[in-house]
Design a protein around this ligand. Structure first.
Ligand code: G3P
Ligand code: CA
Length: 295
């Protein structure tokens, strides 16, 4: 059972920063996960959202004030914000990361304003990744395709130009979007494992044995694994073995100690008992310590 540092060690440092990733490995994570989105000039940066105000200090940059606008952020959902596709990489590099959950994680919010927003190139080049396992999630692939950003192709180019393989790095590529993940697999080939992400809206509408079997057979015919919202596994205890029966890796997301009701140990044991191959954790140190104690 592997421990994945979710957006690094985002329980302790502003997410998706080099400082958060390095800390996750120091804390014993077996792999780290990052999210990527494109910039106006065709680079990929390490951010979770297409909008910038939740995890950067962009609101404090008067030079960008006039770029705040209404933008699409989901199915028929819009918000007033600054959007990554309106900014060049050079402009993004003038921003600094901030804690998304400042009230919940004041210890992390103390680092607000200190860390850069990494490009994917910078992330790949970081020496603390040497010999490690990196999990790259392509965010909002179809959304950006509609805006004219071929994110899978950009990722393939960046990976092709990086020396990550010579440095012993292992790669997993993930997406909630099957079309984008298939495109990444076609363009990047067998250099990585491909993991299809699933949350409630991605579950099959037909939940009979036959319906679930057809759904999993299709996933197994295309990809190496499933990264699934833990709630779906808690709701249906048979899913993990059905996935394993088809040769799929199964990863569960996301363990965050702030959600523990009774004790942190009981909370983590609930995740571990699901029987998955890996768990994404916001506090990888605590989960890694418990897993080590159990083995
Ligand atoms: O990689 C799994 C997990 O990161 C997917 O959810 O929203 O945290 O990117 P999210
Ligand atoms: Ca992610």
């Amino acid at each position: 059972m592997l421990v994945f540092g979710h957006r690094g060690a985002c329980g302790y440092r502003p997410e998706n920063t080099l400082e958060s990733f390095e800390l996750a490995f120091i804390q014993g994570a077996d792999a780290i996960e990052c999210d990527v989105v494109p910039t106006k000039d065709g680079h990929l940066i390490v951010r979770h959202d297409s909008w910038l105000s939740d995890t950067t200090d962009i609101a404090e940059h008067p030079e960008f004030a006039d770029r705040k606008r209404e933008g699409l952020v989901g199915w028929q959902m819009t918000r007033q914000d600054w959007f990554v596709e309106d900014f060049t990489l050079a402009e993004i590099k003038t921003l600094r990361a901030t804690e998304r959950l400042a009230d919940l994680r004041p210890g992390s919010a103390k680092f607000d304003g200190q860390f850069e927003i990494p490009s994917l190139d910078e992330f790949l080049a970081a020496s603390f990744n040497d010999g490690k396992h990196l999990i790259i999630e392509i965010k909002h692939g179809s959304h950006f395709a509609l805006l004219g950003f071929p994110v899978a192709a950009i990722l393939a180019r960046i990976l092709g130009e990086s020396n990550w393989r010579e440095r012993g790095i292992t790669l997993t590529i993930e997406s909630f979007d099957a079309a984008v993940l298939s495109q990444a697999k076609r363009l990047c080939g067998d250099i990585a494992k491909y993991v299809f992400l699933v949350e409630s809206w991605g579950m099959p509408s037909d939940r009979t044995d036959l319906g679930v079997a057809a759904w999993l057979d299709e996933i197994a015919s295309k990809f190496d694994g499933v990264g699934i919202e833990a709630k779906q596994l808690f709701d249906d205890g048979s899913l993990v073995s059905k996935m394993h029966d088809r040769g799929l890796l199964v990863y569960a997301w996301t363990a965050k100690v702030e959600e523990a009701v009774a004790s942190i140990e009981e909370y983590y044991v609930g995740f571990i008992n699901l029987g998955t191959d890996g768990i994404f954790a916001d506090q990888p140190d605590l989960l890694a310590e418990l897993v080590a104690g159990l083995s």
